[in-house]
Design a protein around this ligand. Structure first.
Ligand code: PSU
Ligand code: MN
Length: 308
């Protein structure tokens, strides 16, 4: 049985055929991660940042049941405004196709589709992880198991403390996923430049990260890589402020019995409200910062692949 090919935009298809640099972008951040219109402005802004750094952006989503890699502006607008759009991790894709639904793809689904399309590098804000209290709820994001089985390098700003960061790092270790911090010894915590935990590895240039990716794949590991890029200093939030805000949001989710796939979107929305938009501003800055790094990695990686 052959693997299904998602539908590529002309620009993405041409870039891939030429062996050029392409960066995958997810769409759950648009449909469930940010409010309108900041979500649309961010989606468009991130694509521009990828282009400005020499690569072709490929935003991935399900549109009316079709698996799509590279979206038009009106499709981004539809995703940004639609209220009935599904949040799809890898396991939800087939049913969304059968039902003709539109869906924002999470990190897990975006990795899977990027890999099917032949895209090796993917930029996002934050990945899912092991939730606080997972010893009771078993709530561990499918993003982590996907990283353990799909060969995509995911550039993120670390993991926010809505999650149990220590357990998330342990889980990635079990899954044989290298965690590489860019230009830092510490693993970043999304809104802040340090989580208080060391990253497993540090590399200081996009070229070195591309080399590590190349070797990682040549070794046949079969796993992804997590590249953690600290939020720019000027956009970082006060640790005590954001920690209290997150703790309040987590308590509220618990009290209201919110769980499973609704938990992450609820927490993101609530943190944005409680922080009076400060978290959203930081989120936008770090996604763009990640897109720039991913594009520079993609340029270096395309060069390495051309040499074999
Ligand atoms: N973290 C963020 N913003 C997001 C997400 C996570 O800061 O938009 C989204 C991503 O799409 C991620 C998904 O893959 O949430 C994880 O959801 P869950 O925890 O339900 O696996
Ligand atoms: Mn979950």
């Amino acid at each position: 049985m052959s693997l299904l090919k998602p539908q590529l935009s002309r620009e993405v298809a041409d870039a891939l055929a030429a062996g050029g640099p392409v960066v995958a972008l997810e769409s759950t951040i648009i449909t469930h991660g940010m409010p309108y219109p900041a979500n649309l402005e961010t989606a468009l802004g991130v694509e521009t940042v990828v282009r400005d750094n020499g690569a072709v952006p490929a935003t991935i989503a399900v549109i009316n049941g079709a698996l799509r890699v590279g979206l038009e502006r009106d499709e981004l607008e539809m995703l940004a405004q639609a209220k009935d759009v599904v949040k799809a991790s890898g396991r939800d894709l087939a049913v969304a196709m059968v039902r003709g639904q539109s869906a924002g793809t999470t990190v897990s689904a975006t990795m899977l589709l990027a890999d099917l399309a032949g895209i090796d590098i993917f930029a996002t804000g934050g990945v899912g992880g092991v939730h606080r209290g997972a010893e009771q709820t078993f709530d561990i994001s499918a993003d982590l198991t996907e990283l353990g089985r799909t060969r995509t390098a995911v550039v993120c700003a670390g993991v926010k403390s809505i999650l149990d960061i220590a357990k998330t790092l342990e889980y990635l270790e079990t899954q044989r996923v290298p965690v590489i911090a860019y230009g830092s010894d510490d693993f970043p915590a999304f809104f802040t430049r340090s989580s208080g935990f060391k990253a497993d590895h540090r590399l200081d240039t996009p070229e070195d990260i591309a080399k590590a990716m190349h070797l990682h794949h040549q070794l046949g590991t079969g796993t992804g890589l997590l590249i953690a890029n600290p939020i720019p200093e000027a956009a970082a939030l006060q640790p005590s402020f954001i920690d209290n805000t997150i703790a309040d949001a987590v308590r509220e989710a618990d009290a209201r019995g919110i769980g499973r796939k609704d938990l992450t979107p609820f927490l993101l929305g609530r943190i944005n409200e409680l922080s009076k938009g400060k978290s959203l501003e930081a989120n936008i800055a770090l996604v763009k910062n990640n897109a720039a790094l991913a594009a520079r990695m993609a340029v270096a990686y395309a060069g390495l692949r051309a040499r074999g």
